[in-house]
Design a protein around this ligand. Structure first.
Ligand code: MIG
Length: 631
């Protein structure tokens, strides 16, 4: 049962698709105050949710903020990442879900300040509050998901393996990546193009010197079985004669300052304007621009820098230049030095700057900070609405998001690092995002920032083969991370092949989660709610109906403890042909897991079919091999 409460005069966000009649009396379990509400939670309650956030799966014990942020350091002291997903579940004495629907900043004190009190503070106190009561976790999520509408369903090929790098600088480099994968029999479906395929970082252009005859190149790759997936950035370069710029200015499609001029910010190309994605005409216009690439055969995109990420605003840059000059002849002591340094550092993603520009949102003017969390969402929506008008399926995922965006595309988990703790974060984040409707998601496998070691890549792949978006991506300046760069390439190949024999299982489980508003990946507590031990386990994951996984994510670990909430059949896969099976009883087991082994547990009464697609397994005779657990 969903109850809705309207506090103040909420701004429309587009998150929900059902119109629920508001209650006339405020709910009595919460104590409301001017800028939010609070309530007591039981000492044993678990708090799930919040989608993209740091720390564990149980969100209890920290403060999180919904404030879409470009932050490439995903560590425990962070409050916000790229998305705003204001949905959480209390699970324990009472079970219910809470959705705080508002486009501006919200802070969730999850029994951090005071052990038994959960407190939600809003920067602007107008919001819709939805409370979802149901007896099971699955039902709470299902009801919430019915409220926010069906999740985005990507094309089937988007479940293949993708290779990315910031950047592959020209078409020959891309050809080489594809060729080496082929030569080594490593399955590959997608190669991602990062910002350097564009001419001067201008959206909807191609650098013809580096990618000559792009249309034919796209075709050539397609005949190799590879789809190219270009990036699109939020900022539009200011340049006379550039159509996107000219049209945006002429039609007032860019965000404006108080004086009515288009705000000038700095991103990749230097000075840019930001499209006003909250303006439906601008959205339509920008969405149509994707046609530049679609007409060249492109079938998928990733949207970046749409928090929006801002290197600087022109106004602040000018004032900083003025200000730093006064430090020139000073003795820069401890205070002065940091003041000086911060003056420059604060140029980027400065919250004050979000207060200096405006949107035309359904004909009304809103200052950016008030509707901040809707920006990336509406960029995805711009693309998604255009793609819906086509008769082709298009892959779309974004960096920034708000609930509602899950209907138009997926998200990737942003600039993680080649750290062991980020495999773990990837696991929690994926389950939490699933609760909020973001099913098509995954992290940069191997890690984006920093250098990846062979063992980290192996372990990450062993989990990554289960994430719907399976992409190996890494940053400029880091160790090259294509699996053929490592001396354990053949082990990595076998792991990637396991993804391919699981493809039908993964695709069907995913589709079912979309159709039934359930979770593709979920914690054990969802299915084994009476099992006290299962409830507290965060690092084992149910994937679809038939299997459970227990990834190894600790450096130098050669095994791990696994808790089985019922008898299951363990499969230890060293390759698609070398599979050890063993039935294990309910309870705790220490399981050896060598660096090249993938663990899968088949639930009692279930069957897992491995399917060998012609495209990658032409020499295999039996196209389906079944493993069952019947006890
Ligand atoms: O961090 O386009 O998250 O995937 O490679 C700089 C360059 C901007 C951020 C994205 C990352 C991408 C990178 N971008």
């Amino acid at each position: 049962m969903i109850k809705r409460y309207i506090l103040g005069e909420p701004i429309y966000t587009g998150a929900v698709v059902r119109d629920i009649k508001a209650e006339s009396v405020l709910c009595e379990i919460f104590e409301f105050y001017e800028n939010g509400f609070k309530f007591d939670i039981d000492k044993d309650d678990i708090v799930y949710g919040l989608g993209q956030a740091v720390r564990g799966l149980n969100k209890r014990g920290y403060i999180y903020q919904s404030k879409c942020s470009d932050d490439p350091v995903h560590i425990e002291n962070k409050y916000s990442l790229y998305g705003a997903h204001n949905f959480f579940i209390i699970y324990g004495k009472k079970n219910f879900g809470v959705f705080v629907d508002t486009p501006s900043k919200v802070s969730f004190d999850m029994a951090f300040t005071s052990t038994d009190e959960l407190k939600v503070d809003l920067e602007y106190s107008d919001y819709n509050l939805y409370i979802i009561e149901a007896s099971t976790l699955t039902e709470i999520v299902q009801e919430f998901r019915q409220l926010i509408g069906k999740s985005y369903m990507p094309p089937k090929w988007a479940f293949g393996y993708g290779q990315s790098r910031w950047s592959y600088y020209n078409s020959d480099e891309v050809r080489e990546v594809v060729k080496i994968h082929k030569e080594n029999d490593i399955p590959l479906d997608m190669v991602y193009l990062d910002i350097d395929y564009m001419k001067d970082y201008k959206d909807f252009t191609i650098n013809e010197d580096l990618f000559p005859d792009f249309e034919n190149f796209v075709k050539e790759m397609k005949t190799e079985g590879i789809r190219l997936i270009p990036i699109i950035d939020a900022g539009v370069k200011i340049e006379k004669g550039y159509d996107v710029y000219e049209e945006g200015v002429a039609n007032n499609y860019f965000c404006k300052k108080a004086d009515g001029s288009d705000i000038i910010c700095g991103v990749w190309p230097g000075e840019v304007h930001f499209p006003d994605f909250l303006n439906s005409d601008a959205r339509k216009w920008f969405g149509n621009k994707y046609d530049f690439l679609i007409s060249k055969g492109i079938e998928g995109f990733w949207n970046d820098m749409n928090e929006p990420a801002i290197f600087y605003t022109k106004d602040r840059l000018e004032s900083v230049f003025d200000e730093i000059d006064k430090y020139r002849d000073m003795n820069l002591d401890i205070y002065k030095f940091f003041e000086f340094k911060d003056t420059v550092a604060n140029l980027s993603n400065n919250e004050e700057d979000y207060k200096t520009f405006y949107h035309n949102y359904d004909g009304k003017k809103y200052r950016h900070d008030i509707v901040h969390n809707l920006y990336g969402y509406n960029m995805t929506r711009a693309a998604g609405e255009y793609f819906d008008s086509l008769d082709k399926e298009i892959l779309m995922f974004s960096r920034s998001s708000y609930i509602g965006a899950h209907r138009y595309g997926g998200i990737w988990q942003g600039d993680n690092c080649s750290w062991w703790s980020h495999i773990e974060l990837n696991m929690y984040m994926t389950m939490s995002l699933n609760m909020a409707g973001f099913l098509y998601t995954g992290a940069d496998i191997g890690g984006f920032g920093d250098n990846c070691s062979p063992d980290l890549m192996l372990r990450w792949l062993e989990f990554g083969i289960f994430t719907p978006l399976m992409r190996n991506h890494s940053a400029l300046g880091t160790r090259r991370q294509e699996v053929y760069q490592f001396d354990n390439m053949s082990d990595m190949r076998e792991i990637i092949k396991i993804r391919y024999v699981l493809m039908d299982y993964i695709y069907n489980a995913f589709k079912k989660a979309v159709d039934n508003n359930t979770m593709y990946m979920r914690p054990l507590s969802f299915d084994y709610s009476n099992d006290i031990a299962a409830r507290r386990i965060e690092d084992q994951i149910l994937v679809g109906d038939s299997i459970m996984i227990a990834p190894v994510y600790k450096q130098n670990a050669l095994g791990r403890m696994v808790y089985l909430p019922e008898t299951m059949k363990m499969l230890k896969l060293r390759s698609v042909h070398d599979i050890e099976e063993k039935v294990l009883e309910k309870g705790y087991h220490y399981i050896d897991v060598a660096l090249n082994e993938v663990l899968i547990f088949i639930r009692n009464g279930e069957t897992l079919s491995l399917s060998f697609d012609e495209k990658y397994f032409s020499s295999v005779k039996d196209k389906i091999i079944e493993y069952s657990c019947e006890v």
